[in-house]
Ligand binder design. Structure first.
Ligand SMILES: *[C@@H]1O[C@H](CO)[C@@H](O)[C@H](O)[C@H]1NC(C)=O
Length: 539
């Protein structure tokens, strides 16, 4: 063999090796999903729901960190549709976030192919439809991100892995609920609580073995408490953070949040209640399912385990027990604690106060007095094509004002690589749940009353966890730190969907004046164009 031939052979082997390594670790996964209407009777009476590939809830999406997802979503509804991937950070890629500020909604009988990579995160997540109050009709599902083989997780592989989508539910169709909100009224109290789209399900496991339960609150507006009769729950993961593995009798899960617990079937062989019930509500909705031991002959019995009697204080104390395991790794091999967030001085503080004003005689929800309205052109497209008249950068102040509340397309300007302190100030007497797309953030403090600079003395600057959705207790504040390392246009919103729908949301524009593919991917060639961008063509 000549030198050149040998060289070519070696090159070939190298290329083959490189390609197969890439393939082995970052495989492409293809999905085709069709959204349709269908009938279901989750609360006993038939109602119209949104199906994905005929399923309610939608298909379970089991991914591995760094997988390349190519998902063709076909809209067979009679209304524009978008799915958002709740908690998937969409690194450099807000193009795929699936909210109205970043994407044109998919018109009926059209499709859009999402392309994204769930990078650097391991845990339990969800997806759900983000427009038109579709979420009240279903269309949501489980999105689990598993660790790559090279990344050890801080718990033994469970014998089984159950996902539970829990949420409040209305017998009324999403169109009627939407009309109520559009007419300027708030939503009535929900009719029930569902687990995986059903009033009751059974989860089966072997005595002596340990199972993972992935719990997400996919409801519209109500916190839930989750518990299993006679069993302790070991918390292991919260929205991509591996946490100190404390044992709990029950757990509060606020709207939009997800977590993973391990449960060892260490009791005598019988069936046990799995219970979810609404929290902080005068009427308590309860959903009971069954944990069935394979060797059990005895149906569920005894009192259904009760939720903690104490409400907000209990919940707050529990929230403070959730802490990062500093030595455990996340989706990267280096430990979570190697990022010393508490040693960084935030460059800026943004203070955001929610409110429920009447604007033009209609019920709205607002942030710093601004109740968000969706423009006809996604903000991200306006930014990309330099389309004027869609949004301005002085549309919302970074602290509450005394100005009278009004409607606007609120965009908070920020720069790539800023390190922000954001304080959610809740002067209302209801629970709040705030979500940020594109990021996870450190929840550094909860406190009652009005946040002041002195409140910082109580921050956890050592082992606060990172997550994508945090609760804010009534007449209280929650402070977060966020490292703006992900350029894009990111929705910061109430995870409570009536509030989001009626304006409790803004966009955080994480911007860098020098366009660079190293910071942000280019607009996808298949991006839908609408509004003022409709007449434009892809370059
Ligand atoms: C933290 O993570 C380490 C490494 O995975 C593990 O050995 C340890 O048990 C965890 N500690 C707690 C308290 O959960």
């Amino acid at each position: 063999m000549g030198k050149l031939a040998l060289f070519h052979l070696l090159c070939g082997i190298l290329i083959f090796w490189a390609v197969s390594v890439v393939k082995a670790e970052d495989p492409y996964k293809y999905f085709t999903w069709t959204a349709t209407y269908g009938m279901a009777s989750p609360l006993g009476t038939p109602q119209q729901v949104i199906l994905i590939n005929g399923q309610f809830p939608g298909p379970r999406l089991d991914l591995v960190t760094n997988d390349n997802i190519v998902l063709n979503l076909i809209n067979k509804l009679d209304e524009p549709l978008l799915l958002t991937w709740n908690g998937i950070k969409q690194r450099k890629n807000s193009w795929q976030d699936g909210v109205l500020g970043t994407n044109c909604p998919i018109p009926p009988n059209r499709n859009y192919i999402y392309k994204f990579q769930p990078k650097d995160q391991i845990g339990s997540y969800t997806y759900f439809p983000s427009t038109q109050l579709h979420r009240a009709a279903g269309g949501f599902g489980v999105l689990n991100v598993y660790a790559r083989s090279v990344i050890p997780v801080p718990y033994a592989k469970p014998a089984g892995d159950f996902s539970l989508l829990i949420g409040d539910w209305y017998k009324t169709s999403h169109k009627v609920l939407r009309q109520i909100l559009d007419s300027g009224k708030s939503l009535p109290f929900p009719d029930g609580l569902l687990i995986n789209g059903q009033k009751q399900s059974t989860f089966t496991g072997d005595q002596g073995k340990t199972y993972m339960f992935r719990i997400s609150n996919v409801g519209l507006k109500t916190t839930i408490n989750f518990r299993i009769q006679g069993h302790k729950m070991k918390l292991v993961e919260v929205e991509g953070s591996h946490v100190i593995q404390n044992l709990y009798d029950s757990f509060d899960v606020h709207v939009g949040q997800s977590l993973s617990i391990l449960v060892t079937l260490d009791q005598s062989p019988k069936d046990y209640y799995i219970v979810a019930s609404t929290r902080f509500t005068t009427t308590v909705l309860t959903s009971t399912s069954v944990l069935h031991y394979t060797n059990s002959q005895t149906p569920v019995s005894g009192p259904v385990p009760a939720a903690p009697v104490n409400q907000f204080q209990w919940s707050l104390m529990q929230a403070r027990t959730i802490r990062w395991n500093l030595t455990s790794n996340a989706a990267r091999p280096n430990p979570q604690g190697s990022f010393h967030y508490g040693k960084i001085t935030p460059s800026r503080t943004i203070l955001l106060a929610n409110s429920a004003p009447l604007i033009n005689g209609k019920q709205r929800y607002a942030v710093n007095g601004i109740s968000y309205i969706n423009p006809d052109t996604p903000l991200k497209l306006a930014d990309h094509f330099n389309i004027p008249g869609v949004f301005t950068l002085d549309s919302i102040r970074s602290a509450p004002t005394a100005d009278s509340p009004h409607l606007a397309t609120a965009v908070l300007p920020s720069s790539l690589h800023e390190f922000l302190e954001i304080v959610f100030q809740n002067n209302e007497d209801t629970m709040q749940s705030w979500h940020l797309d594109g990021y996870d953030f450190w929840v550094v403090g909860f406190g009652s009353g009005t946040w002041t600079q002195a409140s910082r003395k109580g921050y956890n600057l050592v082992d606060a966890l990172t997550r994508h959705t945090t609760q804010v207790y009534p007449k209280s504040w929650t402070a977060i730190y966020v490292s703006l390392d992900n350029q894009g246009m990111w929705n910061l919103r109430s995870a409570m969907w009536d509030r989001q729908y009626l304006g409790q949301q803004v966009y955080l524009r994480v911007y860098n004046p020098t366009a660079s593919l190293a910071n942000e991917y280019d607009i996808p060639t298949n991006a839908l164009l609408c509004g003022k961008a409709a007449a434009l063509r892809h370059p």
